[in-house]
Structure formats: structure tokens, C-alpha cells
Design a binder for this molecule. Structure first.
Ligand code: ZN
Length: 242
């Protein structure tokens, strides 16, 4: 099975379309979305519709639950909270209901998918260090744990002795005795210094995972955001990949 893995679309339809094209070219048979379909970007309904239609599993992100009114924006920064207000005002009832009902965790075979962390999904902690990854890998019930939330694509490996390392490159071949924590990065608002939309391909037969990156028309999205009156910093950061 080849699984297309993507996360943090954030209402960016142009980036989502590129990633879905790339995943079709990669001949994936399944799609898993790791949350934050909406928030920040100008096309929440179109993104929900596409993700819903194509995905075999979607887990909830904090922006999804906030936009659907299931959690408050008390922990959000000002720009993010403002974008949630805009999203709430523009989300149709069908999209809002879909987001409201999303599960927080999805488990299938050797794979767990959760937006933030497997140890406390509802606390929306960020996995930023090897120490954070160690806690999450200990809590992951499966060999592979897929996360999102930080918008930075990366792979943490737990070796058979329990040591944790961050992989330098953007691919990994699975070896017995190891466990993997893979952050899928972000489709619609990358923060790894690369403006391209990120996605991953997990091949369960070959036992490997690799990242892919696709350019999309950033300026077109920025223009839509400006017309929608979304916060300036959210518009600017797309061109920085930060
Ligand atoms: Zn996000």
C-alpha cells in the first residue's frame, strides 16, 4: 500500500491541488490528512470538500476544532484567532459539521495519525526537540506515528536501544526494532524556510517513507487573502516559508 500523507492545508486550495496532483503522480492508493484543513487561508470550504472527498482518514487539528466552535481560541495568537473568526464567518454548515465531528486519533495497522502528540492529543503540544519526540514515541502504540502541527517536515527515529535521533534527510527505510515519528510538514503554510507545499509518501510494502515538495502560485493565494481581509503577517509569511 502506498499512502499519501499530508497535513496543515490551512485553507490553501492552490497548494492542496498541487499536492494532490503530486500524490497521484506518486501512485498512492490511500490518503491520510493529519489535520488543520482550515484556518489562515482563504478557501476553507473548497479545502474541506476536497480533503473529505479524497481522504481515507482525516484527524482533527486545533484550527479545525476552533473553526467548528469545539475549542476556544484562548491559546491562539492574535493573527491566528483573527483568521479563525474569519473562517467561522465563511464556513458553510456542512464543512463546520464535518470538522466538528473529526476524530483526534486514527489508528490502522502499524500507523497512528494524530495532529499534535499521541500522549495528549487534546493539549496541542508541539514536538520540537528529541526530548519531545522521545515522549511521543514512548506513547505511540504503533511502529509509525504521523503528526503535523509544527509545519516543519521531519523524521525522528527511535533505535532498538531507545536512543532518539532526528534524520538529516527527507526519507527513511524502516528497519526492524526501530520506531518512527514523522511530521508531515505543511501543505498550505510551510514554516521550514521553504515556500513549497510539503507532502509524504508512506510505502508499507517497500517499508519506506519519503517527503516531496511542490511549488504553487503563492501570489495568487496572497491576493485572495488580501481581498478576504486576512491579517497581513499571514499573507507575508507564505512568501517566506516561515
Ligand atoms: Zn497548523
Amino acid at each position: 500500500m502506498r499512502i499519501g500523507v499530508f497535513s496543515d492545508v490551512h485553507g490553501n486550495l492552490e497548494a492542496l491541488n498541487e499536492v494532490l496532483d503530486a500524490l497521484k503522480e506518486e501512485s498512492v492508493d490511500r490518503f491520510i490528512c493529519i489535520g488543520d484543513v482550515v484556518g489562515y487561508g482563504p478557501d476553507p470550504n473548497a479545502c474541506v470538500e476536497k480533503v473529505r472527498e479524497i481522504s481515507d482518514a482525516v484527524v482533527a487539528g486545533n484550527h479545525d476544532f476552533a473553526a467548528a466552535g469545539r475549542i476556544s481560541t484562548a491559546d491562539f495568537n492574535e493573527n491566528a484567532a483573527q483568521a479563525i473568526l474569519w473562517t467561522q464567518a465563511n464556513l458553510n454548515p456542512d464543512s463546520a459539521h464535518f470538522l466538528h465531528e473529526l476524530p483526534m486519533v486514527f489508528e490502522y495497522g502499524d500507523i497512528t495519525a494524530v495532529h499534535a502528540t499521541p500522549e495528549s492529543p487534546a493539549e496541542w503540544h508541539y514536538i520540537l526537540s528529541e526530548n519531545d519526540a522521545k515522549r511521543s514515541l514512548a506513547a505511540s502504540p504503533t511502529l509509525i506515528c504521523l503528526v503535523g502541527h509544527t509545519h516543519v517536515p521531519c523524521i525522528f527515529v527511535k533505535d532498538p536501544e531507545g536512543g532518539i535521533s532526528l534524520k538529516e534527510d527527507h526519507q527513511v527505510h524502516f528497519r526492524s526494532g526501530e520506531k518512527y515519528l514523522i511530521n508531515a510538514g505543511s501543505v498550505g503554510q510551510p514554516r521550514n524556510g521553504d515556500t513549497r507545499a510539503a507532502y509524504g509518501v508512506l510505502d508499507t510494502e517497500e517499508g519506506e517513507f519519503h517527503f516531496g515538495f511542490r511549488e504553487y502560485p503563492v501570489e495568487k493565494v496572497q491576493q485572495k487573502m488580501a481581498r478576504a481581509g486576512l491579517p497581513l503577517w499571514l499573507i507575508e509569511r507564505l512568501a517566506l516559508g516561515q
